[in-house]
Ligand binder design. Structure first.
Ligand SMILES: C[S@@+](CC[C@H](N)C(=O)[O-])C[C@H]1O[C@@H](n2cnc3c(N)ncnc32)[C@H](O)[C@@H]1O
Length: 251
């Protein structure tokens, strides 16, 4: 192993220990972020509202989202960096891409990504575990998105509820790789939701731990992937170890 590999390995180990003692620490290291696509994260959040704005290219427009954030139902109640990257990408692609499409988001947390998908015209289901459903419902209501964004409980690894579309046009997942016991469950749910090549899967991921590679080892059994290349913000979020991937099921 080259010296630099050893150093990288040591650094990763240290990062892993820090993550274990303080899983939300990445949300606090926002001083170096240089772009408005990654607005500052609140440090310790209970029942706060934040206003986020996303640039839509076609037609030129701003999508405004009022987001209730609250860490008390779980870490998903905050706005996570990969979620903001994915929401910004959807907005930049514009309304034409999503208009009339069915969209399912996994691990939605506050619902931010799915709210933007709904605001762009997608018929969207935002999903998460039971404790997060309340904050998701509130965020749908305060953004007047009730006609186009539905909230559903979806626990990864469990059967897909009948209320969700069988074969969505688009599946979204952001910042869902952080808890190792959930890795196989997430892969299973992605696999259950994709039935043919016409379903696009956008998967936005922030690299945090060495263990993440075990998620990708599992994912590789069912999917291939490529980095999204047409996002003008890619060079900015790459510096924050965030990747936006398009997954393809091995059919
Ligand atoms: C880090 S948060 C990301 C939230 C949101 N996607 C964002 O980017 O702001 C991960 C989300 O995955 C959800 N999650 C974790 N394990 C899950 C499971 N087994 N089934 C469903 N959702 C899960 C959590 O509740 C949480 O909301």
């Amino acid at each position: 192993m080259a010296t630099s590999d050893i150093e990288v390995g040591k650094q990763m180990e240290m990062e892993e220990q820090l993550d274990f003692s303080d899983p939300l620490r990445h949300l606090r290291n926002t001083d170096e972020l240089e772009t408005e696509i990654l607005p500052s994260q609140p440090v310790s959040v209970q029942n706060q509202d934040i206003q986020l704005s996303f640039t839509c290219r076609v037609p030129e427009d701003q999508i405004q989202i009022l987001l209730k954030v609250d860490a008390s139902p779980g870490c998903g109640g905050l706005a996570w960096p990969a979620g903001e990257v994915l929401a910004a990408y959807l907005a930049l692609r514009g309304r034409e891409v999503l208009n009339g499409k069915t969209v399912v988001e996994l691990g939605s947390g506050t619902g931010l990504v799915g709210l933007v998908a709904g605001a762009l015209g997608g018929k969207t289901w935002i999903t998460d575990q039971l404790p997060l459903l309340e904050i998701m419902k509130t965020n749908v209501e305060i953004n007047n998105l009730t006609p186009c964004v539905a909230v559903a409980e979806l626990n990864w690894g469990e059967p897909i509820p009948d209320s969700l579309p069988r074969s969505p046009d688009l599946i979204l997942a952001a910042d869902c790789v952080y808890f190792e016991p959930a890795f196989p469950l997430l892969v299973e749910t992605l696999d259950d939701l994709v039935h043919n090549a016409s379903t696009e899967v956008l998967f936005c991921y922030k690299k945090r731990r060495k263990a993440d590679k075990r998620f990708f080892a599992l994912l590789r059994k069912r999917f291939t992937w490529e980095e999204v290349q047409d996002d003008p913000n890619k060079s900015v979020y790459s510096r924050e170890a965030i990747s936006l991937l398009r997954l393809f099921k091995k059919l």
